[in-house]
Design a protein around this ligand. Sequence first.
Ligand code: FAD
Length: 589
Amino acid sequence: MQEIVGEGLARRLVEWGVDTVFGLPGDGINGLMEGFRRQRERLRFVLVHHEEAAAFMATGYAKATGRIGVCVATSGPGAIHLLNGLYDAKLDHVPVLAITGMQETSVLGSHYQQEVHTALLFQDVAEAYNLMVTNPLQVPGVVDIAIRHALARRSVAHLTFPNDVQVAAVGEDPYRHVSPGVPPASSAVVSQPPVAPAQVDLARAAEVLNAGKRVAMLVGVGARHARDEVLAVAEALASPIVKTLPGKLVVPDDHPLTTGGLGLLGTKPSEELMEECDTLLMVGTSFPYGKYLPAPGQAKVVQIDIDASLIGLRLPVEAAVTADAKLALQQLLPMLQARSDRSFLTKYQRARDAWRADMIALQDPGRDPIAPQYLISCIDAAATSDAILTCDSGTIATWAARHWTIRGGREFYLSGNLATMAPGLPYAIAMQHAFPGRQVIAFVGDGGFAMLMAEFLTAVRHELPIKVVINNNNSYGQILWEQIVLGYPEYAVRHRQPEADFGAWARACGGYGVKVTDPKAVPDAIRGALAHPGPALVDCDVNPDEPPMPGKVRYEQAKHFTEAFLRGQPHKVATLATVARDKINELRS
Ligand code: FAD
């Protein structure tokens, strides 16, 4: 059988080591689908229910494996559906190749059905590489170039194939040659050595750090492969480690050197630490919230990042080190002077212990309606020591940030910089494909789950034993609280009754599903779902009036909160009761 371009593409992906492609067929990619069919023994095609989920899966796959993620969609609407998931990859700096279809070349420009010029549409998101393939001779060369760009730039590459090109014979040249150029001769090879630091940069960094009296570290997901080095440098500097939310997995939450997260979802000691430090070492982070960083002029900043263009985004930097985090920290360590004064660290270790006690107090099993903090604490207690937790945007991110404990080989993923709803479930599916032996749990809200809930069916159909736990507050809880804190009464953030029973949906899909409304039933429901050999879902009704409080409540926030109540905040009694009870629980601890 003559090899067509679709197969040439699929074969080249295999040569790059790609083993899984996430997508949905359509009449704009029949030639590509035939190519995937012919390579089906070596390339798994994960058939999804919505292209947005396919893009999230490719992104999640790339986040968890460090390898390129690949997603496929048809022309027009299918390609458009990919966009949100692709922006997640772009903003969180992970390599993804998106493959789409186009109308055949002969009809382009004729207002043809589904004539959406995807290369134009993807111009912004596909910052690494973006091309419409118009000659079969370009394959496989441009596939190599696209993948190398995505890997080198840690971002999105996009190739779109017109229908007629997809089914043309590989090596067929429809045109007469008029230039000395020849089609790209290429191979499935890339070289990506870790970027080594310049000695002069390290010397400056060591000088600044050695001069600091109150040193803090802010560590992001770019340091995920450098846990030992982060801990060793923190130990040498007697510096507490603050983690970004995506950087939660870098250092175990129960390690004595960390004060936990920073920001709205962070901890009070981390926030106070940033207010007090005189020197800040930032490693592998683009933490966006300047309000939570030291005030300008307060601290001298050393920043290590693999991308020179991302250094100095939020604070003026005294010493910039463009390098891989692991290499830079390894080489920095012997240049640091040992410290005898550990009082700054000890102070924040005490504050951290007090904060943890506050958090444990909020995990109160006696509360009815169920406290979301209790729900996540039950997951935390029952999950394995190498479990992966995926999460969505919303109040669930707060509960996961504070009550999901990274220890051992546990991991945590969410859409950090795009902060989109709905990736939790598709991420879990992709990560379970990547790590079949591990426990993968999607901790999602009812809002995010409802957006892409058909993908639970994907999990069942692919026999993936993912676990889904829905923190069901029947509302857009994060926004509800944001409205109140701004001083506005809540509006259009709560769904009308009836509440959905997503447990019934899971069972209808052929999976395991339960609905939980009684706090006493939570531990068994979680344990039962985790023990179930196949896909399982627990839909848990939680208190919709539970506030995701900042680590440190500021005067302005308290003032606006009060104003919203005076202006006619509905659900006043329930909300106030919850806030008051949280405070009492904190004080009780
Ligand atoms: P990124 O922004 O992805 O930065 C990683 C950095 O590491 C990049 O600069 C990259 O170039 C660099 N890097 C990559 N590889 C290497 C390497 N090998 N060596 C060195 N450098 C490398 N985040 C918080 O921290 N606190 C919050 O309170 C918070 N609230 C949120 C609430 C919600 C609902 C959601 C959805 C998100 C929230 N986030 C929060 C996430 C936040 O928006 C940012 O995504 C996050 O702070 C950025 O984390 P990061 O710096 O670790 O990751």
